[in-house]
Design a binder for this molecule. Sequence first.
Ligand code: BYC
Length: 306
Amino acid sequence: MTVFERALARDQRIEPRDTMPDAYRATMIRQIAQHAHSEIIGMQPEGEWITRAPSLRRKAILLAKVQDEAGHGLYLYSAAETLGADRGDLTRRLIEGRQKYSSIFNYPTLTFADVGVIGWLVDGAAICNQVPLCRSSYGPYARAMIRICKEESFHQRQGYELLTTMMGGTAQQRAMVQDAVDRWWWPSLMMFGPPDGASPNTAQSMAWKIKRHTNDELRQRFVDMTVPQASALGVTLPDPELRWNEARGQHDFGAPDWDELKRVISGDGPLNHQRLARRRQADADGAWVREAAAAHAARSSSGGTT
Ligand code: BYC
């Protein structure tokens, strides 16, 4: 048994200076980079509503949430750097379409109810997926996930609180909430990834204790958690096959459109083009800041003064 295998068998964390198989390092960089990119691209759908929030209170809450997502992206890029990845290189891979980000952020936010539904369902799915990642085998990733999960829980509650307020409003507001739930339900289920039989990475990632549960296990957990919340809120989940299965002690539910997930992941979702174009523009707009920071660092290290 190698030192790496012994550490995994004892459920110890793998730390940056530990010896690890190249494939483990590559997998960790892939997952952490995709996760970081998701947080950064994920600022766009909600960010579009900051200037249109219906009150100062809602604007302040939304600003803080979007800012938290930027923070999550930064912790995650830092975690990827501990594995030898270069942040600039990861960004290039994203904007050139060579690295993925979560499918969910390629759908449009049509009304302010979408902000609430993203908090409730998208952050809710993120929590289900990420709480077990706090026990992921790679130390810096697992530790970053603890803080991220605390903030995601807060985000989920703000979404639910927003929706509760809208559901107590006019018939038109209630209809907006239901419409947003109808549009976001299936994409939220797709966030957990392809079904277990079609997930090429799960077996190895579970053996390496990066993932602690399969995609389908976490999807089931999310459905079971969300159904009672939907009924408390007074909305219907758009799945005619959704029902409690007494024998299993879990809900049965319909299958998402897996072809749609494939299309969205491969760049052909409703807003993939717009999301990446916006990210490319932000990168170009920030080039002078990075150049100035690099020049300052070079000057400081050569003993110059500002
Ligand atoms: N979208 O073998 P599989 C957030 C890819 S941000 C896009 O099952 P794995 C938030 C998968 O990466 C939420 N790609 O893969 C932010 C793989 O790609 P490769 C982001 C997907 O890694 C702002 C291929 O398909 N969360 O919470 O074992 C506001 C085959 O899949 C998706 C994370 O990133 C998808 N939905 O499992 C609000 C969590 N599904 O091999 C909220 C960390 C699959 O071609 N990541 N793919 O490169 C994970 O837990 C796992 O990577 C996944 C996939 C469960 C996502």
